[in-house]
Design a protein around this ligand. Sequence first.
Ligand code: CA
Length: 232
Amino acid sequence: MSKDTPTILVVEDEAPIREMLQFSLSRAGFTVYEAADARTAQDMLNTNTPDLILLDWMLPGISGVDLAHKLRQVARTRELPIIMLTARGEEESKIRGLEAGADDYITKPFSTQELIARIRAVLRRTGGGTSSAILQAGDLSLDTVGHRVMIQDKPLELGPTEFRLLHFFMSHSDRVFSRSQLLDQVWGDNVYIEERTVDVHIRRLRKALEAHACEQYIQTVRGSGYRFSQQV
Ligand code: CA
């Protein structure tokens, strides 16, 4: 099963709220990762970049607003959409949250519908998620609806797995993914496939791209995995 649903990282120390968010956002079609504090969130962000972060203002240790600040200072997470969760009456914290770089905030207690509407609005505004039908990288374009890949207006024939792999890479460019992350994201959760399988499909994808001198987009990151990038 291909997973082109937007991914959301929920950073919240209160387990019941976290579980409620995991439940309702998953049901709304998002893929949800959870972190109970800022440090865990940072560790997760080192290996995987979600489409949006739902960030609680009051966290033990590093506060939500400090984490937002930090994320804005790093190139890789500078553009990452952030929605802050604040408690009722914290007018000042809302302003500080927005100043720290949050894209929006929502006050607890909130309705699930309102939260989902805000998430969709932020994703639309920031161009995240899966709203775009054509992904473009240099001469390479991928039509996510028509399932076609073109290089300089010439169609490129790809197997279904190579197509999903390229789709995933192009919608998450300039990020490194380990083989197991690629298995999770491209092959789905319920598969038992050796990590070497990833290498086989990467090789096929590169070979197809090679005919059009685009294979350098698929980069091997030694000891880590693979990355799709236009920068060599
Ligand atoms: Ca909290």
